[in-house]
Design a protein around this ligand. Sequence first.
Ligand SMILES: *[C@@H]1O[C@H](CO)[C@@H](O)[C@H](O)[C@H]1NC(C)=O
Ligand SMILES: *[C@@H]1O[C@H](CO)[C@@H](O)[C@H](O)[C@H]1NC(C)=O
Ligand SMILES: *[C@@H]1O[C@H](CO)[C@@H](O)[C@H](O)[C@H]1NC(C)=O
Ligand SMILES: *[C@@H]1O[C@H](CO)[C@@H](O)[C@H](O)[C@H]1NC(C)=O
Ligand SMILES: *[C@@H]1O[C@H](CO)[C@@H](O)[C@H](O)[C@H]1NC(C)=O
Ligand SMILES: *[C@@H]1O[C@H](CO)[C@@H](O)[C@H](O)[C@H]1NC(C)=O
Ligand SMILES: *[C@@H]1O[C@H](CO)[C@@H](O)[C@H](O)[C@H]1NC(C)=O
Ligand SMILES: *[C@@H]1O[C@H](CO)[C@@H](O)[C@H](O)[C@H]1NC(C)=O
Length: 708
Amino acid sequence: MKVAGLVNFAGLLLVNGYSLKNIQFQIVIDETTSSVTSLRDAQGNSSIDWVSSHDNAPWQPLGSRWGLGFADLGAAYLHRFYWTKPNVNTGRNGSYEAIYTAGPLQITVRRTLDSTMSTFIERYTFQNNGEEALDLAARSKAALAIYTPFNDHYTNTSDSLNHRSFAHVWANGGSNAWVKLEQMGGHGRNLGLVVTEGSLVGYSIESRDMITLSNTRGVFQLHPALPVLQPGESSSVEWALFWHSDWDDFFEQCQQRSEQFVQFTISQHTLVPGEKAEIVLSGGVNSASLLNGSPVSCSSSDECTHNYTAKSLGRQSLQVTTQLTDGTTANSTAYLNVVPPVDELISSRVNFIVQKQQVKNGADNPNTGAYAVYDTQAQSIAFWDKGTDRTTGRERLGMGITIARFLRLYPNNTEVRSSFEKYYEFVTLKLQSDNGGVYDRPVGSGTSRKRLYNWPWVLQFHIAAAQLPFKVTSAGKTPVDWFMLTLESFYREGGTDLYAIGLPILESLRFLKQGNDSARYDRARELFVGHGEVILGRGLDYPPFEVNFEQSIVAPAAIIMLELNRATGNETWLEAGELQLTTLLRFQGRQPDHLVHQVGIRHWDGYWFGKDRHWGDTFPHHWSTLDAVALHHHGQITGDDQHLDHAQEILRNNLALFSPDGTAGCAWIYPLTVNGRETHYRDPYANDQDWVLNHILYVDDDIRQSSP
Ligand SMILES: *[C@@H]1O[C@H](CO)[C@@H](O)[C@H](O)[C@H]1NC(C)=O
Ligand SMILES: *[C@@H]1O[C@H](CO)[C@@H](O)[C@H](O)[C@H]1NC(C)=O
Ligand SMILES: *[C@@H]1O[C@H](CO)[C@@H](O)[C@H](O)[C@H]1NC(C)=O
Ligand SMILES: *[C@@H]1O[C@H](CO)[C@@H](O)[C@H](O)[C@H]1NC(C)=O
Ligand SMILES: *[C@@H]1O[C@H](CO)[C@@H](O)[C@H](O)[C@H]1NC(C)=O
Ligand SMILES: *[C@@H]1O[C@H](CO)[C@@H](O)[C@H](O)[C@H]1NC(C)=O
Ligand SMILES: *[C@@H]1O[C@H](CO)[C@@H](O)[C@H](O)[C@H]1NC(C)=O
Ligand SMILES: *[C@@H]1O[C@H](CO)[C@@H](O)[C@H](O)[C@H]1NC(C)=O
């Protein structure tokens, strides 16, 4: 259907373009560039557009619309030929084709609606019409890119929950690439993408900056893996888009729609030496398939298993080679991590902090006694970095709490104990006022602004210190005295409206109760319940905080509800917590890679906390372990072992932020490139990642306290 002028789709918006439409899909293609500007469900929820373009993401540059892209055609093109101007485009009968050319390269983009399969198929063919071999990946594997702007943005809560989707992207494993989109609000069926021909080498992120800040995932690019094209040769990447309900349905349909798709089901993605993982392969596998070159054992024609035993430390790849019906092979790779035994890793990290990250110079330095940001490249405390997220206050409290929990297990470690005692003085004398207020940076190091997020961390620090088997005091006050002062200050300053990360409700109420401190218990409980009632009342109507909408707004809501249930036994909190947990779990994907598997989407902390200041996906990032805390509580309440295991999986996958020698990095920047800079590495700053270890120790301790 060729349409001149304006078309009205479902009364939603007026568009100018070519329409590709059947009973499943409503797709609009821009006639000037041949990019896809809209993709809606013709049957389910058409109120969501799965593609970002001018109508729903006005901040997105025009050149990065869906289906456009770039290739490196050498110096004459300044290594960046962007295909935006087709010299031929034709649409007829449910199919559309656009051809772009530059120098020797011809790119043909064909789009077809397949009604029998209920799919929308896109095929990108790269042909070398020149007289010399063409290697589009000569300079970098990210040099060839197709834009796929998924509609993953945090405008505001209601818009996100009603009109946006999370993009769970798996592009790093070769032939089994897929993308599962998931409506943030869970309103009906979702769009999936599975690669049916060719393979991908990864994805990148563009268009992140200081203007849109943390509120957009950015523009995605998928990077095809192409062979060197000899003169006259061509190579294609093809994918199918389809509707699905949940993860099981998604993977099931990937298997049906793509012969080369291999599904990895892995019992755990992070192991310690000697541990075993069962790897179940399904989809494009059979008894001729190989895993890292060795035969696999198959119980049926399309399900095989391999028992993996962890040996050497570090990131491990599992490559599955599949035979396709046309006689060629396809390779799909999954990634596991092998780490030292967790208590050894924690011990090594604690020793590193105590020896290298505690500020030691004289009494006139306001930071003396603090645990500070460490630059693993310079091998020094990053004393030159004065940024707000690099002070010795704020998230750095995570180091102190981790050390308090460590000392509970190893109180006789005198070096750690004496370091902690200095740190306790630092927090109480430099980061706090006499009446329990919390500063953003130590007294004497510049103006501190009020940031309510800091209070709960100090509360957690005091309650952890209160549980030490030896006495700590500062300014004549015990940790419980400090806890109560800080608690009163928090709620006086407006804490009731904060979706507070790390508020130690269960831990403190349990401790005060066990100590028979009924006056303080009653007061703390009253304050916590009042806070919980605000969050309960808002339900899914989340207020904006430092980000408009995010995983670490939903996660604390879930944790606060579930902790109140555990602390009070009142069922209202459980029901409210489950609503939050359902919303929270949509942030998590199931990529076969320990760095991403079940790690909630976050994509800004590389900029705020890292040395290299990258925007873009952080997989993993320590606040994803808040999901583990929520799942752990839920498992404890309901006895659901799956949630307890799921919690452990998230905690363990975050151990990629630590090295066996005790060095660490605060964010693993996962895309191949972000805004054109090479990434896919761990940021060099050890900054606030120790929350992972804190949560591991907390969950372990809670299991000990909860078991009869
Ligand atoms: C156009 O599409 C319809 C429905 O899919 C099909 O029956 C018909 O044969 C197609 N016509 C051409 C010319 O391809
Ligand atoms: C939320 O964002 C949408 C899309 O940007 C906008 O139309 C709407 O007015 C916003 N709502 C609020 C309450 O800000
Ligand atoms: C579609 O989404 C809207 C807004 O999110 C929601 O209110 C509605 O129930 C959904 N409709 C269907 C059919 O799922
Ligand atoms: C893997 O281990 C399980 C449990 O030990 C065993 O039942 C199964 O046969 C093993 N599978 C293979 C392929 O060795
Ligand atoms: C798959 O991997 C094997 C072993 O590494 C290699 O020999 C083969 O060429 C690969 N196949 C493809 C299509 O890349
Ligand atoms: C610490 O030392 C004391 C005295 O030597 C001993 O009784 C206690 O068991 C030790 N505690 C731990 C946790 O090792
Ligand atoms: C609290 O009271 C209970 C019951 O009277 C008692 O068993 C327990 O030892 C007391 N705990 C403390 C820390 O005093
Ligand atoms: C449970 O908590 C809710 C919210 O605070 C409260 O309204 C309700 O009365 C409580 N129920 C019981 C049985 O205490």
